[in-house]
Structures are given as C-alpha cells and as structure tokens.
Design a protein around this ligand. Structure first.
Ligand SMILES: Cc1cc2nc3c(=O)[nH]c(=O)nc-3n(C[C@H](O)[C@H](O)[C@H](O)COP(=O)(O)OP(=O)(O)OC[C@H]3O[C@@H](n4cnc5c(N)ncnc54)[C@H](O)[C@@H]3O)c2cc1C
Length: 408
C-alpha cells in the first residue's frame, strides 16, 4: 500500500498523522522545520491555549457558506477534543476561569507540541523533519510529492496541512495555498487576521504598556461587529484580544482600498447614558477624579487633553458640549489606526481554500480525490481564545480519518 503523505507537522498535520496512522495507514509526515509545531510553541504566550471552554461556530470568519464551518466543527465536539488531549495524549487541561480558555495544567506549550509529536510516532507515523515539499502532482499510482533535492514520494493520498501565511518564521510560507491553486482549487483572497494594528504617527506611544478591558464596535454594511476584552497600547499602536478579534475588518478595508474601517472603543463597561448621568451631577468633584474612578489615570489625561477640558474642571462647571464630547470619547472613541502588523504578527490567515470544494466530513478535495486539506490553509478562522486550535484539531482529525478511505 502506498503511504499517506502529510505535509506539515503543525497542529493540524500532527493531529492528522495521529489519526491516519491510527487507522492502520502507513503515514509519512513531512515537515520543513527541524522539529515541527513551532506555532504551537509560541501560542498563548508560550502556554498554548489548547481549546476554548465554549466553541461558537457563528464566531468564525469565512467567505465560504457558514453551514460548512458548523458541519466541520460538529465532526469533533469540544468535549471529545478535550478528552482526546487528557485521556489519549495524557495532557490534562485546566480552565482559566476569567478568560474561559483551556491551557495545559503544566502551562507549557512545549508539552502540547511534544505530546503530539510523540503521539504521531507512537501511532506509527514516520516523521521526516527538515524536509520541504515543493509541489504535489498526479502520478500513475496516485500522487507524487515533490522536493527540491530528492526523488518524489509516491503517495496514495496526501494531506495538505501546511498552514497559511501567518508568522512565516514558524515554517508556513503559503506553499499549501500554491499547491491547492495548482490543483485547480479556488483560493479566497488571503489577508492577515488576528493581527495588531498600528498608528502612524504613533499618537498613543506614550501610553505603551497600558492595558485595560474595553468593548470595540464596528459597522460593516449595516451589520454590527463587537468584541470585548483586553486592550493593549503598544509602541506602534494597539493590540490585545479585543483589537485582534476585529483587526480583520480593518485589514480588509485597507486591502480593498475602500474607506478605512471605523473601530469605536468604549474604555469601560459603562454605557454613554451612564457616563452622561455621572458627569451631569452638580458636584464640586473634578471631571478628572470622576473619570479616574473607572479609567486608568494615564488614559484619563489623554482623553481630557483631547476633549480640551481642564483637568481641574468641576462637574458643576462642565458645559453641556464639553460633557457630550467627553462622553463620546469615553464610549465611542474612534481608534486612529492607519495600518497593521501584517502576517509577521498575525495569529492566523484569513481566506484560503474554499470550503465548498472540500467534503466537510473527510476534508477530501471534491476536485482531486486523494487530496485532503486541514487547518489554517482552509478558508476559516475563529476568534482569539482557542478557537483556531479547535479548528486545526477538528480538521486534522477529520482529514486523518478520511484519508484511510481515500488512500485505499
Ligand atoms: C503568536 C501566535 C499565538 C497563537 N496562539 C493561539 C492560541 O493560544 N490558541 C489558538 O487556538 N490558536 C493560537 N494561534 C493560532 C494557531 O497557532 C494556528 O491556528 C494553528 O497553529 C494552525 O495550525 P496549522 O497546523 O494549520 O498550521 P501551522 O501551525 O502553521 O503548521 C504548518 C506546518 O507546515 C509546515 N510546512 C509549511 N509548508 C511546508 C512545506 N512546503 N513542506 C513541509 N512543511 C511545510 C510548517 O513548517 C508548519 O510546521 C496562535 C498563532 C500565533 C502566530
């Protein structure tokens, strides 16, 4: 029997190799870097947020029909994914209550990567590190996997698990997208997603390092998008989960050359109405001290500066126009972003192989039987919080199990 070639030993490829080998297929896992799973190592700040505590398919972004994303994710429900890590890989996970994220109890991303690599080896897969694939072509017996400096590998089936274009330093340079394109697949336009935004000039650089919980809203064609969570001022602009989760809207507005997407930030949980009522009190308290009860002092200085209201101004002295201006800055602050950090810092790639051309159960190409796709190379990504690994695990497993049929 010809082997199954899995291209890429990242999250999706390792999971695919474990499951394909588990069904009795001969599996050869081909990985460009010398150890694989480099994105796992840098994930979750080195702790690897393996899964979310709740998985919401509606929060995934894809240009493909939404029911396909739901269908793929339904193939391996969250509880079973968790059980696989804990019971099969022996990697207990713990819930971080405040974020709703699941991390390995050891808090070490390396443990996740190493368990997956060991799992693939234990299942019988042959791992070839330091091996870059340059293409996939039809052959008389099945598929030929091409390399720069060695003879092609004859494979009965191929799983393309090369990732997308995010953080190329981890080994993913878009080769899988080129392979898919050459095989005739539709590639939805790719773009950096979950990436920090920048402001040029960096008007808030003096706030760098300041973090707080915010709510961000955007409107696209009458549809409202919202993210809540951590916000971080950086030297060059803005980051944190709340920014990353909506960054694709900003990135895409820039790429399409249309109007720059407006992102409005509420710097606290309080609504505009609550702030308005609070600032309307006829009190000798200053505006500054009232704001400081809720908003970090450095940001209060910035907002007061922008509103041109004196720091020492008492609530009782605040004019209606000044109050309106401050309430607007507090609850719907237009983030002055001008660009983004691109693929260099993007956690995922937006766009990719169109899901309509892929069977949602086996992840097999509808155009090229014997070719399967999984992970980030596909046209879908989720929000921060473990959703993207859940996608990689679910698609990797489905491709691994699916290939046992197509390889025969
Ligand atoms: C900084 C950062 C933090 C993140 N944190 C989280 C998190 O905490 N939780 C979460 O859910 N998601 C997180 N993500 C997203 C998550 O890491 C990705 O969604 C996931 O790793 C994608 O898995 P993948 O296997 O599809 O692709 P990748 O992880 O990119 O793996 C692709 C593999 O294929 C190999 N490869 C590529 N081309 C070739 C070729 N031609 N020949 C041979 N090998 C090749 C690459 O070397 C690589 O090893 C994070 C991402 C980043 C960048």
């Amino acid at each position: 029997m010809l082997p199954v070639a899995v291209i890429g030993a990242g999250a999706a490829g390792l999971m695919a190799a474990i499951h394909a080998a588990g069904t009795g297929c001969r599996v050869v896992l081909l990985e460009r870097t010398r150890d694989g799973g480099r994105k796992i190592l840098i994930s979750g700040g080195g702790r690897c947020n393996v899964l979310p505590s709740q998985l919401d398919p509606a929060r995934f972004v894809s240009e493909s029909p939404p029911h396909l994303v739901r269908r793929v994710l339904a193939g391996w429900p969250l509880a079973r994914q968790r059980a696989f890590f804990e019971e099969v890989l022996g990697l207990p996970l713990a819930l971080e209550a405040e974020s709703g994220k699941l991390f390995p109890v050891s808090n070490r991303a390396r443990d996740v990567r190493d368990r997956l690599v060991a799992g693939a080896r234990d299942a019988g897969a042959e791992l070839r590190f330091g091996t870059a694939v340059t293409g996939v072509e039809r052959s008389a017996a099945g598929w030929g996997v091409m390399f720069e400096d060695q003879a092609p590998l004859e494979a009965g089936a191929v799983i393309v698990a090369t990732g997308g274009l995010s953080v190329p330093a981890t080994g993913s340079d878009g080769m899988g997208l080129s392979i898919a394109r050459r095989l005739g697949h539709t590639i939805r336009e790719t773009y950096p997603a979950l990436t920090p935004l920048v402001a040029d000039p960096p008007v808030h650089a003096h706030l760098s390092g300041l973090s707080l919980e915010v709510r961000i809203e955007a409107r696209v064609g009458g549809k409202r998008f919202r993210s809540e969570g951590g916000f971080l001022f950086t030297h060059r602009g803005y980051s944190g989960p709340s920014v990353l989760d909506l960054s694709h809207l900003a990135v895409r507005s820039r790429l399409t050359g249309g109007e720059r997407q407006v992102l409005r930030v509420a710097w606290s949980r309080e609504s505009a109405e609550v702030w308005n009522a609070r600032l309307q009190r006829r009190s000798p308290r200053t505006v500054q001290s009232t704001l400081r009860e809720v908003i970090p002092a450095r940001l209060v200085e910035q907002l007061l500066g922008e509103s041109q209201v004196r720091a020492g101004c008492q609530l009782a002295q605040l004019s209606r126009d000044d109050r309106r201006r401050i309430v607007e800055l507090l609850s719907a602050y237009p983030l002055p972003w001008t660009g983004d950090e691109g693929y260099r810092k993007a956690e995922v790639t937006g766009g990719g192989v169109a899901l309509e051309e892929i069977d949602p159960v086996t992840l097999q190409s509808r155009l090229c039987p014997g070719i399967h796709f999984c992970g980030e190379v596909l046209d879908a990504f989720g929000p921060i919080g473990g959703h993207n690994f859940a996608w990689a695990w679910a698609t990797g497993r489905a491709a691994g199990l699916g290939v046992s049929v197509s390889a025969r």
